[in-house]
Design a protein around this ligand. Structure first.
Ligand code: CO
Length: 356
């Protein structure tokens, strides 16, 4: 199986699993099982991070991280007629909510289907029609006719996601929910397999599936503190802007993984110059396409990791993705494959490039 097929196979498993921040259990189980096949040791920590380790030939420790959670929703109350009010877990744009399908997971682990309802335009006041409806004004309809019936299926505190199945578009482009950061997790699992098959792995390598990234980079913070590696690379998505109405200086699909120089205008991560240089050198030498990211928007787990204790030299390898945090995120599998190839080729060079 080639690298692209391996990544897609992991994605098929991952996108099926619902994992809002704090409720990563289903993804965690899959990550743990997959890493157990290829790592020397795997553990789950207090926060719920999965940490796999491949012992290397040298003392140098390299940490890879990808977050297991995805943006989601949580049931806040159930009204007399059986409609659910909800809060958001992570950054979901209110404009995409009305009419979206949701999959909720109850405490028994059963999946409950629903839809985010709103007043139809026919009976809206003209002013109302122009306004973006806030999530607080919307509700979830699970088909229940009253509170009692709804409570047989769900409870306050149950969580869910906007539904968006994994499908192939033209060529190697795919669409699906939660590709942020399921593609990073799929890349990390594929990388672990490749390094396991490699006879000589120089650094000791950690693979961390982190929790609660979408609500404050929390799992990255604690796992990096515990490991305190000599360097770290975060496997993520990156904001693609190659769509109508966006200026041309943004990242494009199919032109290679994004190597972060800065994100959040420097308030998030400023990639360590040695890490940035190493990735660019390896990409040039191996003829792997790449794009440089100067981001002005969000940030990643690397922001938490690089500020650990005395500091950790860190970088991000991202797969450019359109429509982030919507149920229909779109990316090109070739970018994911090239991200894995680049990181695999760079792994053994970390000790020399960063060691003292
Ligand atoms: Co992400």
């Amino acid at each position: 199986m080639n690298v692209k097929e391996r990544i897609f196979e992991h994605l098929e498993e991952l996108v099926d699993r619902v994992a809002p921040p704090g409720w990563e259990d289903d993804v965690r189980g899959y990550v743990k099982d997959s890493l157990s096949d290829v790592c020397d040791r795997v553990e789950t920590d207090v926060m719920g991070n999965v940490i796999g380790r491949i012992d290397g030939e040298e003392k140098f420790e390299l940490m890879f991280a990808a977050h297991m959670d995805e943006v989601g929703i949580i049931v806040k109350s159930i009204d007399k007629k059986g409609f659910l009010k909800f809060a958001k877990l992570g950054g979901i744009d209110d404009r995409i909510l009305p009419g979206s399908r949701v999959t909720l997971v109850n405490s028994e682990g059963e999946k409950i289907e629903g839809v985010i309802g709103t007043k139809p335009p026919h009976i809206m006041e003209p002013k109302e029609r122009k306004r973006v409806q806030k999530h607080k004004d919307l509700f979830i309809d699970i088909g229940a006719s009253d509170r009692e019936e709804a409570e047989e299926m769900v409870s306050v505190g149950d969580v869910g996601v906007l539904r968006g199945d994994l499908k192939r578009l033209h060529g190697d482009r795919i669409v699906g929910r939660g590709l942020d950061d399921k593609v990073g997790v799929a890349n990390m699992l594929t990388l672990a397999e490749l390094l396991h098959e490699n006879e000589e792995v120089k650094p000791t390598v950690y693979f961390v599936g982190t929790v609660q990234e979408e609500v404050g980079l929390k799992g990255a913070k604690t796992s990096a503190f515990k490991i305190y590696p000599d360097a770290a690379l975060v496997l993520e998505t990156a904001v693609a802007g190659d769509v109508p109405g966006v200026k041309e200086s943004e990242l494009s699909l199919g032109e290679g993984p994004a190597l972060t120089i800065v994100d959040a205008s420097g308030r998030g991560l400023i990639a360590h110059p040695k890490v940035r240089r190493l990735l660019i050198e390896v990409a040039e030498r191996e003829d792997i396409p790449y794009q440089l990211e100067v981001g002005e928007g969000g940030t990643t787990d690397a922001t938490a990791i690089h500020l650990t204790r005395g500091g950790v030299p860190s970088g991000v390898v991202g797969v450019p993705t359109r429509y982030l945090h919507s149920p229909s995120e779109v990316l090109d599998l070739n970018d994911a494959e090239n991200a894995v190839k680049l990181v695999e080729a760079a792994t053994n060079e970390f000790p020399d490039a960063l060691g003292d």
